[in-house]
Design a protein around this ligand. Structure first.
Ligand SMILES: Cc1ncc(COP(=O)(O)O)c(C=O)c1O
Length: 445
């Protein structure tokens, strides 16, 4: 090796502090350096997590099993439904504006988007709110997480629907909340059981379309929920995740529009209307909490991505969002009809459908199949290339669940023909596994 290379290597090691030189003595390895790195696989002291980290790791992992050929997972949308052309036009228009400087903005989100959302919420949901009450977030999940961070201390009681949305429950668990499950029936949260929740700090609810059972909270229960919150000083997080999709019913008012006491935080998202991949949602928070939410959002990630916010604003302003929504409603109505028809054809009265009047999923209760068979049903279906999702894991307390098997079937991601084929294959797979088999006299084939 040439002297120059060696000298350069020495100089670099000296500059980085691995070697030290002293006048009059030889260059040597710097004092205090560990002579050798620990061999791979050697014992290393355990890395300590915060209490928050420990709580997260104590929860069962939110597994994402590989996607089967036909998947009834809730939350996914069909790729073809995304309004690619309109979105590209909106993005192009935004890019052409070329701002003078690329700067951080208001953590609540682009003023233009918040104004467009304000107008949309008034048009579509009859909601009236100030601009500063709207905080643009990276999907409902971040909105719910910010609620947990700002409003819940470890040990605080948080009322959740039983069964309910796992991702919200996990955010409150991670904050150290004492989860208080409140039962749900065909009309949503049983508000009469709220008293048992004691002095809760917060309640998380899906009043427009209960997740997963699909009930729509009647007016009297809405009033009771608000009165309960006022009575115990609790906040209510209203997750309006699929309020845009109504089939056999008129749109229902948001809980927020009945709230006179500043108890409700409204959570909206474009995950069901445009794409869950966009990670765009919004909160409407009481005016008194606006600054706290803005600061928490700034700390989390400064602000939602500007380009996508501006594109969404444009889509809302020029009517493309609602045009797309009309089309998405039509397509999803066709998928829903296909699913209902296929369930009736393959299972007849052995399956009772719940929660199909709104939203992008329904629950199929298998009246003759015991709850313990849900895992076997999912396994048999998966072996046949069908993804189905039992209702059991959505209960916080296993003992609270009904004794028959139930499946939460999302229908927004497949074509009607695929849905029909999927249900036929599901019926054949369950039959082959001897689960919920029709009595011979009723069997159709
Ligand atoms: C109850 C509920 N809330 C919210 C969402 C959407 O979450 P995000 O906006 O974080 O994508 C879903 C998605 O399936 C959901 O089921």
């Amino acid at each position: 090796m040439s002297r120059t290379t060696v000298t350069a290597a020495y100089d670099q090691l000296i500059a980085e502090g691995y070697l030290e030189t002293r006048p009059g003595s030889r260059t040597r390895v710097a004092a205090g350096l560990r002579p050798e790195p620990a061999p791979a696989g050697a014992m290393v002291p355990p890395q300590r997590l915060s209490a928050f980290g420990e709580r997260i790791m104590a929860m069962p992992p939110a597994a994402e099993p590989p996607k089967p050929a036909i998947d009834f997972r809730t939350g996914d949308l069909a790729g073809d439904d995304f309004p690619a052309l309109a979105w590209r036009r909106a993005l192009n228009a935004v890019l052409l504006r070329r701002p003078a400087r690329l700067a951080y903005g208001d953590p609540r989100g682009l003023p233009g988007l918040r104004a467009a959302l304000q107008a949309y919420l008034w048009r579509a949901r009859g909601l009236s709110c100030g601009l500063d009450q709207i905080v643009v977030v990276n999907g409902s999940q971040q909105g719910i997480d910010l609620c947990a961070r700002l409003l819940v201390d470890p040990g605080d009681r948080v009322a959740v629907e039983e069964p309910g949305y796992g991702a919200a429950r996990r955010a409150f668990c991670a904050a150290g909340a004492a989860i208080v499950p409140v039962p749900v029936d065909d009309e949503g949260l049983r508000t009469g059981d709220l008293a048992a929740a004691g002095r809760a700090r917060l309640a998380y609810v899906t009043p427009s379309h209960q997740f997963p059972l699909g009930g729509v909270l009647p007016a009297a229960r809405r009033q009771a929920l608000l009165a309960w919150a006022e009575g115990c000083g609790a906040m209510i997080v209203e997750d309006d995740y699929d309020g845009e999709y109504r089939f056999d019913m008129k749109p229902v008012e948001a809980l927020l529009s009945l709230d006179r006491a500043g108890r409700v935080i409204y959570v909206g998202t474009v995950s069901k209307t445009l794409s869950p991949q966009l990670r765009l949602g919004y909160l409407v928070v009481p005016a008194g909490l606006s600054d706290a939410f803005a600061e928490a959002k700034r700390l989390a990630d400064r602000q939602a991505p500007g380009l996508e916010q501006a594109a969404l604003a444009r889509l809302l302003e020029e009517g493309g969002y609602e045009r797309h929504l009309r089309q998405a409603r039509r397509r999803n109505a066709e998928r829903r009809t296909a699913l209902l028809g296929a369930l009736a054809e393959s299972f007849g009265t052995r399956v009772r459908v719940a929660g199909a009047a709104a939203g992008l999923h329904l629950v199929a209760w298998f009246e003759d199949v015991p709850a313990e068979r849900e895992a076997a049903m999912a396994a048999a279906a998966r072996a046949a290339g069908i993804g189905i999702y039992p209702v059991g894991p959505l209960y916080h307390e296993a003992g609270a669940r009904p004794d028959r098997a139930g499946l939460v079937l999302g229908f927004a991601s497949s074509a009607p023909d695929t849905i029909r084929a999927g249900i036929r294959r599901l019926a054949a797979a369950l039959d082959a596994a001897d689960i919920g088999r029709a009595p011979a006299s009723v069997r159709t084939n």
